[in-house]
Design a protein around this ligand. Structure first.
Ligand code: GTP
Ligand code: MG
Length: 452
């Protein structure tokens, strides 16, 4: 095994930059760069030393050094952490020193891959570390943390145990009994396996919310000029981000900002008002509006409820119809709003009366954005499946076990029943990593950042 090195903190200036080494030569490399052959910091202690380039008397930096001997380290190998001043110039020089002494630049997630190889964590815990780092909202970070603490593995372990017990029973029946399984035994096994499939189905059903929490939603606000798109955008952002004015055609370009709705990360895009124009720049803006509309998970069509519907409103509505959309009927504070309400045709889509001026309807609008995507209860104590890979394997495991239950009830032979159970167990093992093929592992770790 070689020794790997990477910057554990983001590239760029910062107060402190941490360089991390893992592998058998970590300590000897550390000793070389501080020029002390006997240095051995205790795991619970950091020591302050000067780092010098090889054979030179000039100091590169004063740094705090930590040493975590194998196997009690993150990777399970000898690990060294060097906390330098966070200057990109210094960090580069120190990393280069370690490279000259035989370390190799770490690939994405390679520290965690080594931790996995040394059984410091299982695969879904490793993935949780990646998700924790990437989490865009508190709720998403909470879910990642729960997965890291082993909640998913623990839940799967219960079902795994039941599957293994059933497999043992069926296999011993195969070996020792000439006759078929007694009816009572069969019923018992069927009940156990049904418990397993129910648990899988229950866990898999949390994916809709979990996926939303992890990936978030793209929401695009569209409408004809001056209906209050930018005003609503600012209201949802709780900040005066976009320019608002009474001049139609104020917004020329798309503006995107991130917000959190019930813990779901939402990328909200304000767009240029859609109308036929002879202005070249405005038309470029409208083209961008169309693009943002086509990329959205949900389109919010804004209509000015204080005025009669215009042809342009109907045009935008018909363009939005092909995808998920809601209607924000804005300016509900205006006196004409109530007057027009009586004659206004109702819209096909979910319609919310709002006012960007009084913030009336804001909560309803926030809820309506999430409504089409199922209920997201990120506040509740439920554990959620957030990763499509886990979901897919759970569904496959459930189908396999279900097929075994069906075969059992049809009176099929133990050999046949066992196939589904072994497959189910294998799929579970792929979630936690015991049976994950190497090429899949490579694919998963390619999504990690370098230095983790
Ligand atoms: N009374 C009232 N006026 C509003 C409301 N929302 C926006 N306005 C006014 O409507 C005008 C247009 O608002 P904007 O938010 O700039 O409209 P827009 O849809 O972004 O317009 P463009 O960028 O030109 O497409 C401004 O004068 C706002 O103050 C509302 O809820 N009530
Ligand atoms: Mg605008």
């Amino acid at each position: 095994m070689d020794t790997i090195v990477a910057l554990g903190t983001p590239a760029g200036r910062s107060a402190i930059g941490v360089i991390r080494l893992s592998g058998p030569d970590s300590l000897s490399i550390l000793r070389s760069i501080v020029g002390d052959d006997h240095l051995k910091p205790r795991p619970s202690q950091s020591v302050l030393r000067s780092i010098r380039s090889n054979g030179s008397s000039s100091i590169l930096d004063r740094a705090l050094l930590s040493y975590f001997p194998a196997p009690n380290s993150y990777t399970g190998e000898d690990v060294v952490e060097i906390s330098c001043h966070g200057s990109p110039v210094i960090l580069r020089q120190v990393v280069d020193l370690t490279l000259a002494l035989g370390a190799r630049p770490a690939g994405p997630g390679e520290f965690t891959l080594r931790a996995l190889g040394n059984d410091k964590l299982n695969l879904c815990q490793a993935e949780a570390i990646r998700d924790l780092i990437n989490a865009q909202t508190e709720a998403a970070a909470q879910q990642a943390l729960r997965q890291l603490m082993g909640e998913l593995s623990a839940r799967l372990q219960v079902s795994k145990q039941k599957l293994i017990q059933t497999i043992v029973q069926l296999e011993s029946a195969l070996e020792f009994v000439e006759d078929d399984l007694p009816q009572l035994k069969k019923r018992q096994i069927a009940a156990e396996l049904t418990d397993v499939t129910t648990a899988f189905a229950k866990l898999a059903s949390t994916f809709e919310s979990g996926h939303l929490l992890r990936e978030g939603l793209k929401v695009t606000i569209v409408g004809r000029p001056n209906v209050g798109k930018s005003s609503l955008f600012n209201m949802l952002l709780a900040s005066e981000r976009a320019i608002v004015s009474e001049v139609p055609g104020t917004t020329r370009d798309t503006i995107t900002e991130r917000i959190s709705l019930e813990g779901v990360p939402v990328l909200l895009t304000d767009t240029a008002g859609v109308r036929d124009s002879t202005d070249r720049i405005e038309n470029m803006g409208v083209a961008r509006t169309r693009q943002a509309m086509s990329e959205a998970d949900l389109v919010m069509v804004v209509i000015d409820g204080s005025e009669d519907l215009e042809v342009e409103d109907l045009r935008v509505l018909s363009q939005a119809r092909s995808g998920r959309h809601i209607v924000a009927l804005n300016k509900s504070d205006a006196p004409s709003f109530a007057v027009l309400e009586k004659s206004r045709p109702s819209f096909e889509a979910r319609t919310i009366n709002v006012s960007a001026v009084t913030a009336g309807g804001l909560e309803t609008l926030r809820a309506a954005i999430l409504e089409p995507f199922g209920s997201v209860d990120s506040s509740n104590a439920g554990f959620l499946i957030t990763d499509a890979r886990h979901y897919d394997l759970l569904v496959r495991a459930r189908l396999e076990v279900q097929s075994s239950v069906d075969l059992l009830q049809e009176g099929a032979s133990e050999e046949l029943i066992l196939i589904g159970l072994h497959n189910g167990l294998r799929f579970l093992g792929q979630i936690t990593g015991e049976t994950t093929p190497n090429e899949i592992l490579t694919e998963i770790f390619a999504t990690f950042c370098i230095g983790k």
